[in-house]
Design a protein around this ligand. Structure first.
Ligand SMILES: Nc1ncnc2c1ncn2[C@@H]1O[C@H](COP(=O)(O)OP(=O)(O)OP(=O)(O)O)[C@@H](O)[C@H]1O
Ligand SMILES: [Zn+2]
Length: 571
């Protein structure tokens, strides 16, 4: 898939580079663009969603099967509904982000208890900002005087690909654009690449054409997880595919495309499509940005923050059936820890907060809080520990970029090598549940197939490549079983490092060589011209099929005659 020779365009500086270099280049390029040290800009990966944290609604990025009507996924950017979620669709004008939902995302429901405020929609969706004013962070692309900002302010929306790690605000930014564009009378339609069919795209296009022709209305099409469009869907997007296609429509302005992706678009988005879109690189949210988002959430819930300012001591934990009616407090430290641990993923952070509050309310434990000014209050207290528990349940303590990442993949590799299928599965799950990029694991499997299994079972390589492609097509979480199958196959497979080692010997031999390399023996050379023939090229070569008996012939240079790389240095 990732041929080393393939040239890809850096979405930041637009230079063409060999595919193998793009990731390291991007890191540098992003740093240079920023002028200051960036947090990791390496292509982010998808992390599994916190299913348990979404009691009443669904967040985008949910597994396809979790959507009862998998079919089309046109939906509105409605408050009551996250993009891509089924359910309330408006009849005729489906796809129009016209109606304003009743209940504001906004935050506080007057008079309601914290428990009531947590009901229904997941906190993260409810708090999705409507305007740039509430959109936190991403200054580099959205700050004052940036191109994107002025374009948005003038409602000149170009086709965009929003690339960034999970929960950094891609969908939210699209949502904000939707809001502002609908004020300008534009339509906003969303489609999820995980479940949309080619026909769905066609429908959107033809409706957009009608709208443009009849009402002079422009359509903005948001495609979430655009990297998931598979080969046939991508084909459909290509210009050669007659008038049904998408690209010409992007170009002539029938639709403005906004794609969101967690994957490096140079690899995952069709080049022709990519060249027609501006790539906006969003970063994972900083700890400070996360703190701001969490504070807003806490405020919206009516939870009070206990910090340095309001010194308190807590004691005498009791329990109360009515804990849900009591005031709820969260320690400032708990919020900053949460902001740190969620690793720039606002959805994880907000889900973690929601889980922690809900768990505390359900436990019914109350705490007597004594404040320095003398008063004491009985309430529900959320500490750092509770927040960590909330996160633990969402497994995000796995450190994707650091130590853990390398430790786990190494443990997986060694378990497969040691033919321990249980251990292999365990390490695989540790990584995937922790949000590891399945393609990273799949790439390692391809390597393992040759390095450790080799000719003992040459089919292993086919299995690994198939697993890689399968994962690429369907993504997490559906692809996990593909990797599991492959991992168990490999643990059970016979192993051979014969070729791996022999190839190492050959390389070693070349490296150790001093002086000019031996010439290719004349009889092995091809002689396409008279001159070459005269020079003795090909002379004496024995064409094997002409011989009944095995042919005696040297294939190595004279000085290496008799060398057996398969036996060299073997103990
Ligand atoms: N920059 C931000 N400012 C304020 N809130 C944010 C921001 N980014 C994310 N959020 C909050 O986090 C939630 C999830 O963000 P969003 O859906 O935009 O992430 P995403 O980048 O599209 O992630 P994914 O790739 O996982 O779909 C939002 O509903 C919103 O509440
Ligand atoms: Zn670059």
């Amino acid at each position: 898939m990732e041929g080393a020779e393939v040239q890809v365009r850096c979405p930041v500086c637009l230079r063409e580079l060999p595919g193998a270099l793009i990731n390291s280049h991007l890191d540098r390029c992003l740093q240079a663009a920023d002028g200051e040290a960036q947090r990791s800009c390496s292509p982010p990966s998808k992390r599994p969603r916190l299913a348990s944290a979404q009691p009443g609604g669904e967040a985008e990025g949910q597994p396809v099967e979790a959507r009862p009507e998998a079919a089309p996924v046109f939906s509105l950017f409605n408050k009551g509904q996250s993009p891509g979620a089924p359910g309330r669709r408006s009849g005729a004008g489906r796809g129009d982000a016209a109606e304003k939902p009743e209940e504001g995302g906004g935050p506080t429901l007057r008079g309601a208890s914290v428990a009531q405020r947590l009901e229904g929609q997941p906190l993260a969706d409810r708090l999705r900002p409507d305007t740039l004013r509430d959109y936190v962070g991403q200054e580099r692309v959205l700050g004052a005087h940036t191109l994107l900002r002025s374009l948005l302010e003038s409602h000149e929306i170009p086709s965009l690909i929003l690339w960034g790690p999970p929960g950094c605000g891609k969908t939210t930014l699209a949502h904000i654009i939707a809001n502002s564009s609908k004020k300008k009378g534009m339509r906003f339609v969303t489609l999820s690449a995980t479940s949309a069919k080619t026909n769905d795209v066609r429908d959107v296009i033809s409706q957009a054409q009608n709208e443009k022709r009849l009402f002079k209305r422009k359509t903005i099409l948001f495609i979430d997880e655009i990297h998931r469009f598979n080969k046939s869907q991508q084909l459909f997007l290509l210009p050669s595919h007659t008038q049904d296609t998408f690209l010409p429509h992007v170009e002539c302005g029938t639709v403005t495309l906004i794609g969101a992706t967690t994957e490096n678009p140079s690899f995952q988005v069709n080049a022709a499509l990519l060249s027609r879109c501006r790539v906006i690189v969003l970063e994972k949210l900083s700890v400070e940005a996360m703190e701001a988002i969490l504070l807003r959430a806490v405020k919206s819930l009516g939870v009070q923050v206990l910090g340095q300012g309001n010194q308190h001591s807590s004691s005498a934990t009791g329990s109360s059936k009515e804990s849900s009616e009591l005031p709820v407090y969260v320690e400032e430290k708990a919020l900053s820890t949460l902001a740190y641990l969620c690793d720039g993923d606002a959805r994880t952070g907000l889900n973690g907060l929601q889980l922690a509050v809900q768990a505390r309310l359900a436990a019914g434990k109350t705490t007597l809080l004594s404040f320095t000014e003398g008063c004491s209050v009985n309430g529900v207290l959320i500490t750092e520990e509770h927040v960590k528990e909330g996160l633990q349940r969402s497994h995000i303590l796995y450190d994707r970029a650091g130590e853990e990442h390398y430790n786990c993949i190494s443990a997986l590799h060694k378990s497969m090598r040691g033919s321990d299928e249980n251990a292999s599965l365990y390490w695989l799950a540790r990584m995937l549940e922790g949000g590891e990029d399945p393609l990273y694991v799949a790439r390692r499997l391809v390597r393992f197939a040759s390095e450790d299994i080799g000719l003992a079972d040459p089919l292993a390589l086919t299995q690994a490549v198939a697993a890689y492609q399968g994962c690429h097509f369907i993504g997490m979480p559906e692809c996990e079983v593909i990797l599991a199958q492959c991992v168990v196959y490999f643990a059970r497979a016979p192993k051979s490092i014969e070729v791996y080692r022999a190839y190492g010997n050959v390389k070693e031999c070349l490296r150790m060589h001093t002086g000019p390399l031996p010439p290719v023996p004349l009889h092995l050379r091809n002689a396409p011209t008279r001159l070459m023939k005269d020079l003795g090229y090909g002379k004496g070569y024995k064409y094997n099929p002409m011989y009944k008996e095995p042919v005696e012939q040297d294939y190595l240079p004279e000085e290496l005659k008799g060398t057996d790389f398969f036996k060299e240095r073997r103990t």
